[in-house]
Write a protein that binds this ligand. Sequence first.
Ligand SMILES: C=C1C[C@]23C[C@@]1(O)CC[C@H]2[C@]1(C)CCC[C@@](C)(C(=O)O)[C@H]1[C@@H]3C(=O)O
Ligand SMILES: O=C(O)CCC(=O)C(=O)O
Ligand SMILES: [Fe+2]
Length: 364
Amino acid sequence: MVQPVFDAALLSGQADIPSQFIWPADESPTPDATEELHVPLIDIGGLLSGDPAAAAEVTRQVGDACEQHGFFQVVNHGIDAELLADAHRCVDAFFTMSLQDKQRALRRPGESCGYASSFTGRFASKLPWKETLSFRSCPSEPDLVVDYIVAALGEDHRRLGEVYGRYCSEMSRLSLEIMEVLGESLGVGRAHYRRFFEGNDSIMRLNYYPPCQRPNDTLGTGPHCDPTSLTILHQDDVGGLQVHADGRWRSIRPRTNAFVVNIGDTFMALSNGRYRSCLHRAVVNSRVPRKSLAFFLCPQMDKVVSPPGTLVDEANPRAYPDFTWRSLLDFTQKHYRADMKTLEVFSSWVQQKQQQGQATTTTA
Ligand SMILES: C=C1C[C@]23C[C@@]1(O)CC[C@H]2[C@]1(C)CCC[C@@](C)(C(=O)O)[C@H]1[C@@H]3C(=O)O
Ligand SMILES: O=C(O)CCC(=O)C(=O)O
Ligand SMILES: [Fe+2]
């Protein structure tokens, strides 16, 4: 079989799409679903510095949302509007380059960073209608992002690297603030999760969804729960993010000044299953490209993911085994395509390995 190359410049205008991009009927997209999911809008600046009674009410709202579906939005986040606009302009600048130029940053098999034009070499079916550029970001290595971009794309792209370097450090700051709120809402105190993630080893991903003439047959990002800890997403004004809540797909309307935040599988494990990592996806459209910026907060690779003792008791026994982010990341890159069951399947795999006496919380 000839492997399809996802060259958006060619495919976007075509009436037919290669069969590998067609998703089965039971996962069929509903790009026109108009029902919205209303998620709480959290004024994060006010929350952390404002009056205690108001803060307690907002913390409760975050807790409720995380117990129901794990999605909320933050405003008054302190991210400079010009930096955000620049980050979106740089997405356009990168993805409108020629396929050959983008492929200088090609993502290699088994790796989670680099440029992927769909996943034509990685999966055989249910290919996503998107291009992505992913890279690591760690607060302890301030030049990591710019050095990666310059090494992959050349000196001409230094400014792009600087923009995302700044953007990622703001995302890390915001994630730690959100961790304070999550800790407070779970009754473990503001410091617990903040400390856990202070030395995070996160992934930044730029998503670019070219137009598709068959938007009812394919998906930009298939249904999945994020295996990571917390996702902070900014979508442009096109729309396309859908969440599966109360048994149906509902969209989250874009808001220029808001970030969409959702709990990932790793945080679900850190909360002993109290907070939900919820199924979501992205649909495409036939008119315009869509962009989103996703910052995936992840623990340091070898830190043991284990809930605080106060969240475990007789009524709430351990929901998941201890694991490291390294082993879960490896699982999603080499053994299992992340979907709605990742944490469940991964947990069984860890338990099986433990029974066989093989470690999954070390690098071995
Ligand atoms: C660790 C990760 C794997 C994926 C990127 C991410 O950083 C977090 C989300 C994961 C993903 C988006 C879930 C849907 C399937 C996937 C293959 C994709 O469509 O991009 C996933 C990512 C991956 O590259 O494995
Ligand atoms: O592009 C979007 O709106 C969602 C993307 C997403 O869910 C992901 O990259 O994990
Ligand atoms: Fe996601």
